[in-house]
Design a binder for this molecule. Structure first.
Ligand SMILES: Nc1ncnc2c1ncn2[C@@H]1O[C@H](COP(=O)(O)OP(=O)(O)O)[C@@H](O)[C@H]1O
Ligand SMILES: [Mg+2]
Length: 244
């Protein structure tokens, strides 16, 4: 008899995923989990396959092996637009908002798959992103890079995802925006979303991550609580750098 309580189902479970772009696999046999209300990070050197892993999870490229589960249901190989309806939202590295639409219209488009409550959800998100509220009528192409990133995050949240996947949300922004983006990510996490994130600043990322995976050459290298990895000599020497 096993008297242990069963493990709660992870919001996202990835098992043995292998994927690439037609040639040799870029990621191989990668397994990760992300839980509701936690920030889960993928760190590792440039070219390790972090973005490829996220794309394979989010249905932008088709894995050649392995399985992906959202809240216990298998979704492997489903296209991105189906995955959105299963509770998985993906915000790509280049914040792709519709430049000719206003902030509000962008959010309405993000909520197209909602059956109801688009207007109410937009109001909720304006509480989380007060800067967007004041500019709701502005066209996205008039926004700063930082505002555009916030819009991309908010748009991803329009579908109430269980899992929000973020590929370098601060890419291309001045370092001073990084703090503001982490604040928003923490607020999103606190609404009981499983946030899976790649960010450039490994030290800062590990500080925020309840759990982090180090990916090297397309494979799992090690994993643990972000704070533990920050105290791991190998991780610090190879991927974080010592503070001088
Ligand atoms: N669209 C693509 N077509 C072919 N190869 C790609 C493509 N995107 C990335 N790669 C290759 O996949 C490898 C991993 O890239 P990527 O997943 O972007 O790494 P990371 O996000 O960790 O920097 C690299 O060698 C890169 O050149
Ligand atoms: Mg990348």
């Amino acid at each position: 008899m096993n008297s242990q309580a069963p493990e709660p189902v992870a919001a996202l479970a990835v098992e043995g995923l292998t994927a690439g772009y037609g040639g040799p696999p870029v990621i191989e046999n990668v397994s990760i989990r992300a839980r509701l209300g936690e920030i889960t990070a993928i760190v590792g050197p440039n070219g390790a396959g972090k973005s490829t892993l996220l794309k394979a999870i989010a249905g932008l490229i088709r894995p050649t092996a392995g399985r992906v589960f959202v809240e216990g249901s298998e979704v492997t190989g489903q296209p991105a637009e189906r995955l959105v309806r299963r509770g998985l939202a993906y915000v790509p590295q280049v914040a792709n908002v519709f430049p000719d639409l206003t902030i509000r219209e962008n959010l309405e488009m993000g909520g197209y798959s909602r059956k109801a409550g688009v207007r109410e959800r937009i109001e909720q998100l304006f509480k989380l992103f007060p800067d967007l509220k004041g500019s709701a009528h502005r066209q996205a192409n008039t926004l700063s890079g930082g505002q555009r990133t916030m819009l991309a995050l908010a748009r991803g949240l329009m579908v109430d995802p269980a899992v929000l996947i973020l590929d370098e949300p601060s890419a291309g922004l001045a370092p001073r925006f990084q703090g503001a983006i982490w604040e928003r990510i923490e607020e999103i996490r606190a609404t009981n979303v499983a946030v899976l994130v790649i960010e450039q600043n490994t030290r800062e990322t590990l500080r925020h991550a309840q759990w982090a995976y180090v990916l090297v050459l397309g494979q799992n290298r090690l994993e643990g609580p972000g704070h533990d990895l920050l105290n791991d000599d190998e991780v610090v020497d190879l991927y974080v750098g010592r503070l001088s």
